[in-house]
Ligand binder design. Structure first.
Ligand code: DC
Length: 218
């Protein structure tokens, strides 16, 4: 039996990989894994339990037993809809911190791999192609300049009625990139066999088509 196909889409925050991954999954009728949401849920859970984000053993225990569910585009934690709560900047920052802990990454490994089900999976994250699904059918590394990513995040925040400072977002983006790229375990880097896709001057639809044609050519 051939292995269940997996398309991995890795890249820095706000590169647009979540939107692209979801659309590729919909086009192919595949399942979709937003692995960043698992790190965000872990951070939110730690914050709610009053567990320090650098307490590796206790945060890993929370990660291993996350009462999380993904249903119809919503994310649930212990029966509460936390779809918006996990997108808060503070939770994203916390996610980046707990994601640097090897015990937390190990605790989330099996849960992520369990998403590989027929007819296929599109997995979005930082280490999907390098660690979690190293044998993926097609691997993509989606990037965009820090300025372009900050502008996209700025637009999203303004649309949601939040105030946001563009220079602060650029600085935040660069700090998070440095932490995700510089950590010892599963750092953010393209798999050697990944297709590099720079979306600084590319719209979502063109990126989706580029991923689909790369996958179909495998
Ligand atoms: O993609 P995101 O912004 O929702 O991810 C939140 C944080 O989780 C981000 O700082 C990096 C981390 N992360 C990770 O280390 N590995 C993944 N596979 C996905 C996310």
């Amino acid at each position: 039996m051939p292995p269940i196909p997996v398309i991995t889409i890795d890249g820095p925050s706000a590169s647009g990989k979540g939107t692209v991954a979801e659309r590729v999954a919909a086009a192919l009728g595949f399942h979709f894994l937003d692995s960043g949401a698992l790190y965000r849920l872990t951070a939110l859970s730690a914050m709610r339990h009053g567990v320090a984000l650098d307490d590796a053993a206790r945060v890993a225990e929370l990660a291993a037993t996350l009462p999380a569910a993904f249903r119809d585009g919503s994310v649930w934690l212990a029966g509460e809809d936390v779809t918006d709560a996990i997108r808060a900047e503070a939770v994203g920052d916390g996610a980046s911190k707990v994601a640097a802990l090897p015990a937390v990454r190990a605790a989330l490994l099996d849960r992520q791999r369990a998403y590989r089900q027929t007819p296929g999976l599109v997995a979005d994250g930082r280490d999907m192609g390098t660690v979690v699904f190293a044998d993926a059918t097609a691997k993509i590394f989606l990037t965009a300049s820090a300025e372009a990513r900050a502008e996209r995040r700025h637009k999203q925040l303004i649309e949601k009625g939040n105030s946001a400072s563009l220079p602060a977002l650029v600085a935040d983006m660069q700090a998070r990139d440095a932490r995700d790229t510089g950590r010892a375990v599963a750092p953010l880097k393209p798999a050697p066999d990944a297709l590099l896709l720079d979306t600084t001057r590319m719209d979502v639809e063109s990126a989706v088509q580029a991923v689909l044609s790369h996958y179909r050519g495998r």
